[in-house]
Design a protein around this ligand. Structure first.
Ligand SMILES: [Zn+2]
Length: 351
């Protein structure tokens, strides 16, 4: 395992960021090149824990001469976010200086223009420098795995249609409980990588066989445990072996969970502010009209509550960990059999 650091200066005097990058050299130049990063949203740590155990497995495989692919790993992709302690609470999702989401506004370019990402980096602020260097590494690879997590959540992934159903092997290997088929219309890291591949030539590609760029949501923010991380690492190792990256036995049952387009996600929002009492939890299959939550809008008052019910039947994939919610706050994502009647803008489900 080769360890190096990307070093780039901050936007104020005296600040320098250091980003550790781990690399394994593969024996087969024809094997798919692999890029894995975790914690781009700096406080989403299940992926960092996974990567810790994965590297242990890869070092063993390396010692046995079983690694075929070049593998690049960034175990914690966001030192800037990790430093943002805001009144004692880590703000890992948005850059406080520019108010941008660390996982949006990645450059939408063709893969042929990859090297322009790191030209004249001094023209860009620190967050864009970070984004450009991450994307530059990813675009040199074929399989790109971006490890995130949700709030309270099942394990699921956002996978662009262009990689489906080939990517069902990843869903099976990681034992995912749902797949959300995205439209590739946002500027998230995973979608910017897919965009670059689709626009390699003047005619836009709609399928990308042998490639993969994916956002994996490794359950919830607090699902950081040794057994879980080790199991997830074993799953990802199996996936990499299945794609020819490592010489290792692969036994995968088919993925049988739901794979639904983003239009089929019911985003359950709070109609009013208040104290939320959840009646249903993640992983539950619910019927149309099921009582999901009661919101206490006027505590102690008669008729001081309102009910939130399911617009259609489906699987509860995520739930907020907040118990005091604002009007229009996201309460749940439910994966359903048909499209939601609520209007949805193209791109990501959340800001
Ligand atoms: Zn995230």
């Amino acid at each position: 395992m080769d360890t190096s650091e990307i070093i780039f200066s901050g936007d104020t005097a005296g600040i320098e960021w250091r980003l550790p990058v781990l690399r394994f050299k593969g024996s087969d130049p024809k094997a798919p090149k692999i890029y894995i990063q975790a914690a781009l949203h700096a406080n989403e740590l299940p992926g960092t824990a996974l990567v810790h155990f994965l590297c242990e497995m890869l070092r063993e495989a390396d010692a046995a001469g079983r690694i075929r692919s070049d593998i690049t790993i960034v175990p914690h992709a966001n030192p800037i976010g990790a430093s943002q302690s805001h009144f004692g609470e880590l703000q890992g999702r948005f850059d406080l200086g520019t108010r941008t989401n660390f996982n949006r506004d990645f450059p939408l370019i063709s893969v042929g223009d990859r090297d322009t990402l790191t030209e004249d980096l001094d023209r860009h602020g620190a967050v864009d420098r970070l984004k450009r260097q991450l994307m530059h590494m990813a675009l040199g690879c074929d399989l790109v795995i971006d490890l995130h997590c949700d709030d309270e959540s099942l394990q699921y992934a956002y996978i662009d249609d262009a990689f489906w159903p080939e990517a069902a092997d990843l869903a099976a290997a990681l034992d995912m409980e749902a797949v959300l088929l995205s439209d590739g219309e946002s500027s998230a890291f995973e979608e910017a990588v897919g965009y670059a591949w689709k626009h390699e030539t003047s005619e836009k590609k709609t399928q990308l066989p042998g490639k993969l760029s994916v956002t994996v949501e490794l359950r919830g923010m607090r699902d950081v445990y040794p057994e879980m991380a080790r199991k997830d690492a074993e799953g990802l190792f199996t996936f990499l072996a299945g794609r020819g990256g490592i010489n290792a036995p692969v036994a995968l049952a088919p993925f049988t969970g739901p794979a639904v387009p983003l239009d089929n996600i019911e985003m359950i929002r709070a109609p009013q502010a208040g104290t939320v009492l959840f009646h249903r939890n993640i992983g539950e299959q619910i019927e149309e009209g099921a009582l999901l939550a009661t919101i206490i809008t006027r505590p102690g008052q008669p008729d001081g509550t309102i009910e939130v019910r399911a617009p259609q039947a489906g699987l509860i994939v995520t739930r907020t960990s907040a118990r005091l919610v604002r009007r229009r706050a996201d309460l749940m994502k439910i994966a359903c059999g048909s499209a939601s009647k609520a209007a949805r803008k193209p791109g990501a489900l959340e800001n």
